[in-house]
Write a protein that binds this ligand. Sequence first.
Ligand SMILES: [Zn+2]
Length: 304
Amino acid sequence: MVPQQLPPTTDAQSGEVEGTLGTLEQILSATKGTNAVQTRSADQASNSKKRHQSCQGCVYKGLVAASLQDPVNRFRAKMSRWNLHLSSKHHYIPGNVRQQTPLWQASRAQWLLANLKNLVPPRVQSASFSLIWNRWCTAHRFQKQEFCKLGCGCEDGDRIEHYVKCKITKEVMRRKLNINPDTYATLHTFCLATPHISDTRLLCIISLLTYGLYTATNKIRHNPRGSRGWSTHDATEAVVQAVREGAKGHPHALKTLRSCWTTPQDGRDIAPPPLSPFAPKIARLRTLWHERQAAAKRRRCEFR
Ligand SMILES: [Zn+2]
């Protein structure tokens, strides 16, 4: 027997649920649980409990599905402020034409961030996520201008756009992490929106450096003396120490950090992301487009 009313637990929000998902009959008929509920109508007590559970499950899944947002679109919206695809904002944009589009950059960042889960501790993942989301508490974020906290002397340097290419960051990359700063000291690298991060070793090191910069600048920001009197070496050591603290207690991150200068590297290639549900349709459209181009070319040749 199909219940005619929503269970008591959802009575208060029944209007909202019905407005979003439809009536209870429509919700139950759209799920596989409908038949199971109907066929067990003989045992009323058991049926009532199962009906209640089934209905709650249906409503919960329906509400989550109704408010679900595509993660890549969310990344794209949040990353739009970095203008990673504009050559007027960045003197170098890595990748080919397709890899320089906002959609590709957003999907790459989302996929690499998802790959981080087994490589580094959650605090390091959080630092990378915070950078992409522009959550670092820099002066620039609060519409203020302050000097770079790492003491490089850059005016208006307390901003993410500066820290990713600060000379201290480049020094840490070159001397401590064995990464070429000419290629990797860019906002694209730290936003994980670059094709150059192709293996897990590099992904792990970049995220650890992100954590190091985040932690070091935060500590200096809350220190009354700041980085006054620091040399380049002092600032570099502060960032390296923060990087070490990021890897602390995590076997894989520690192993990767210790093997920066050893060969051969033990990283593995990052697998491509799973195909989207629209991939077959896009492939069909692409084939159609190629067929039409070929037909148009043949017609032009016949006309000549
Ligand atoms: Zn700086």
